[in-house]
Design a protein around this ligand. Structure first.
Ligand SMILES: *Cc1c(COP(=O)(O)O)cnc(C)c1O
Length: 394
């Protein structure tokens, strides 16, 4: 039996393994020096000021939702074409998720459908927007920032698909995903199918020092260990002129969302090859694009877009089910990203129904994510292309 070609997978080198083993032999298993190193290197990579490592991307979303003070009933706008967690974080805090449709050409949250929502409600109705750099294509955050400023909203970028991706702003400058210039907070995931694999893991990036400090505390139970922040007296704490060394305060309700030091070591080692990975992904995208650019069965494909980080290579085709099954028979496991979140039974109970997001629903009927990962060999990619062409052309 030939080997299965999945839609995505991690790429682990001997260097990665040595990095993990090195940490296992050190004094730190959970949060230690590798966390700080990973955070600094990651912040530098995406050109943000601060980074906070957490246990996974969903934990990153949850902490951001708390840091942005989402309250029960608060309305937050996001896209239906994303992993459910982008919306779920609003629910964790009791907020209300309001979906807005995608742009059928970019598959990203359509700023015009967001504008329409904002213009048709009294100011103050919405609290924030969570756009997603879907498939690795960066949202134009400069435009979203403008809208957020006009309506007094916060902006949280779900950049799980896009470390190393960027968009070009109105001044012609490259703005890297998660760089904190336009969004208040951004999140990343280190799940094995993402660009940088750490088993599980997540990262929050921001340029806002207050949010940064708050996230550090929320990540570990809301506990602070910093003399200048204590609210109880030195006398109560048991000290004389200064707080005793054992002293700490739990000042708000936090969680244990720490990343381990050996995961950070793996993430750090992977990060050192991140640019190569994005470059490989772009080459794979170019080969798909060339192979299918004149194909009559192709409704649309991701194509070649500047700054696209190609977490996914999405095609829209006729007879998607037939192609999907044919690929599987040939041991090629393509995938669907995503079943629209607003039509998940959990969200339907809030009144969302078919027809609410016509672009997203139309996209879902035809979309398919082809194998896309840096270690995909040219032979494997040729097989994928040939099997697809053979399915439609016989
Ligand atoms: C993977 C992913 C998440 C969640 O990350 P986990 O690390 O799996 O919790 C959130 N949003 C998007 C868009 C993702 O792709």
């Amino acid at each position: 039996m030939s080997q299965i070609i999945p839609y995505g997978k991690q790429f682990i080198t001997d260097e990665d393994i040595q990095a993990v083993v090195g940490t296992l032999k050190s004094d730190f298993l959970t949060q230690g020096p590798k966390i700080v190193e990973f955070e600094k290197a990651f912040a530098k990579y995406v050109e943000a000021k601060y980074a906070v490592a957490v246990s996974n991307g969903t934990a990153a979303l949850h902490l951001n939702a708390i840091a942005l003070e989402i309250q029960p009933g608060d309305k937050v706008i996001t896209t239906p074409i994303t992993f459910a967690a982008s919306a779920n974080c609003v629910r964790y805090c009791g907020g209300e998720v309001i979906f807005a449709d995608i742009d059928p050409n970019t598959y990203l949250l359509d700023i015009n459908s967001v504008k329409e929502l904002l213009q048709n409600s009294p100011k103050g109705t919405y609290k924030g927007i969570i756009p997603v750099d879907f498939a690795g294509r960066s949202v134009n955050l400069e435009e979203f920032r403008g809208l957020c400023d006009e309506y007094g909203l916060w902006l949280m970028e779900d950049a799980c698909h896009a470390p190393g991706g960027y968009f070009v702003d109105a001044q012609g400058e490259k703005q890297f995903c998660g760089n904190g210039l336009f969004a208040d907070l951004a999140i990343f995931s280190f799940h094995p199918v993402k660009h940088i694999a750490a088993g599980e893991g997540g990262m929050i990036t921001t340029n806002d020092e207050k949010l940064y400090q708050k996230l550090l505390s929320l990540r570990t139970h809301g506990i602070v260990k910093n003399d200048s922040l204590y609210t109880n007296s030195i006398d109560f704490a048991g000290g004389k002129e200064t707080y005793p060394l054992w002293y700490m305060e739990m000042q708000e309700l936090g969680y244990n969302y720490r990343l381990t030091d050996f995961q950070a070591a793996l993430g750090l080692s992977q990060l050192s090859r991140a640019n190569e990975g994005v470059e490989k992904r772009r080459q794979i995208a170019e080969r798909y694009y060339e192979a299918f650019k004149n194909a009559t069965f192709m409704i649309r494909q991701s194509g070649i877009v500047e700054g696209h980080a190609y977490h996914l290579y999405v095609i829209e085709v006729e007879d998607r089910l037939g192609l999907y099954n044919h690929l599987r028979e040939n041991h090629i496991f393509a995938q669907i990203h995503y079943i629209p979140t607003h039509l998940m039974p959990y969200y339907k109970q809030f009144g969302w129904k078919e027809g609410d997001m016509p672009n997203a629903e139309r996209y879902y009927r035809n979309c398919l994510s082809l194998p896309m990962f840096p270690s995909l060999s040219p032979d494997e990619q040729n097989k994928v292309i040939n099997v697809i062409q053979e399915y439609y052309n016989g």
